[in-house]
Design a protein around this ligand. Structure first.
Ligand code: PEP
Ligand code: MG
Length: 323
């Protein structure tokens, strides 16, 4: 009896490997790719449980917003490494800190402008005020990505020049790591969030500088409507996408398609999980979405009910067609 009790206490729990991702399709069998938005390493498990294709957006700023200071390179490295390892070989997109506006920590952020949402936030903050902090984060991601399929996603990109500046920092980070003989990923992908109208209009140019783009409809809608995303009195403006907003969304996917790059475009804003918006986005040509993992079943159901041939809502043309 004693022996049995001892055996039981030494037993190693059987950890079964995660089930493979499940393909989502529309009613007419068009494949839709679904990934997860996460904010901390614990949520990787939700991505696996919902059988999604990977992490489409890891909002790393939550590491910094809950702390008094920005975590150092080793601390960040440990977190990214854990997420990549636990994602079981699936693709992981890590976004650099999007600090500012609605994501504030008074200990580490002070924007002097009157309009924080229009201020020094996301990649602007890194480039304007703290390039060293950006470099530490890039180093941590490059190192953690050594054996994984990983993308670095830049938030609040306004111009192509923002990306070129980040690339210079990436090059310096790589050089430093080489010199220090620290292993890192040689083939990490670079991506840009399209969440500022100026970037939406320049999506074609931006795509030429990066490997992929992800449309952040939460901010894109806020800037398109000039309506604070967190103001409860303005919620109804953003509830259902207007024909005008869908035209902007079409402009993005059309620029990508014109270069044969439609597969390098995803949507990671909450609109992707809105069952009344998803069919319109699919009909515009979007095939890749990253959503809160707990909403995955509802998103799959909305995709499954979508038929590509159904009439789309009227969309206003933004670009002038040829006379
Ligand atoms: C977005 O803006 O749509 C987005 C996905 O990023 P966040 O909500 O973190 O600003
Ligand atoms: Mg955003």
């Amino acid at each position: 009896k004693e022996y049995q009790a001892l055996r039981k206490s030494l037993e190693i729990p059987v950890v079964s490997p995660p089930l493979p991702p499940v393909e989502s399709t529309t009613r007419d069998e068009t494949v839709i790719h679904l990934a997860a938005n996460i904010e901390n390493p614990e949520q990787v498990e939700l991505m696996l449980r919902h059988r999604l294709e990977g992490i489409g957006l890891f909002r790393t700023e939550f590491l910094a917003l809950s702390a008094d200071t920005i975590p150092g390179e080793e601390e960040q490295y440990a977190v990214y490494r854990r997420v990549i390892e636990e994602a079981a070989g699936r693709r992981v997109v890590i976004r650099t800190f999007d600090i500012g506006a609605d994501k504030q920590n008074p200990n580490i952020y002070r924007d002097r402008g009157q309009n924080p949402a229009l201020g020094v936030r996301g990649i602007r903050r890194h480039l304007i005020c703290c390039p060293d902090e950006l470099r530490v984060q890039l180093r941590a991601i490059l190192r953690a990505a050594e054996n994984g399929e990983v993308g670095i996603l830049l938030p609040m990109v306004t111009t192509v020049e923002d990306i070129r500046r980040v690339k210079r920092h990436l090059e310096i980070a790589r050089k430093e790591l080489r010199r220090e003989k620290k292993p890192f990923s040689p083939k990490i992908a670079l991506g840009a969030m399209i969440e500022i109208p100026a970037a939406a209009f320049a999506a074609g140019e931006i795509l030429k500088e990066v490997n992929f783009v992800s449309v952040g409809t939460n901010d894109l809608l806020q800037y398109f409507l000039a309506a604070d995303r967190d103001n409860p009195e303005l919620v109804e403006y953003g509830e259902n996408p207007s024909p005008g907003f869908l035209s902007l969304m079409r402009l993005i996917i059309e620029q990508a398609t014109a270069q044969g790059r439609q597969n390098d475009v995803a949507i990671c804003g909450e609109m992707a999980a809105n069952p009344s918006a998803l069919p319109a986005l699919i009909r515009l040509g979007y095939r890749s979405f990253s959503v809160s993992p707990i909403l995955a079943p509802a998103v799959r159901a909305a995709a499954a009910a979508t038929h590509l041939d159904q009439a789309s809502p009227a969309i206003v043309r933004i670009r002038r067609s040829s006379p």
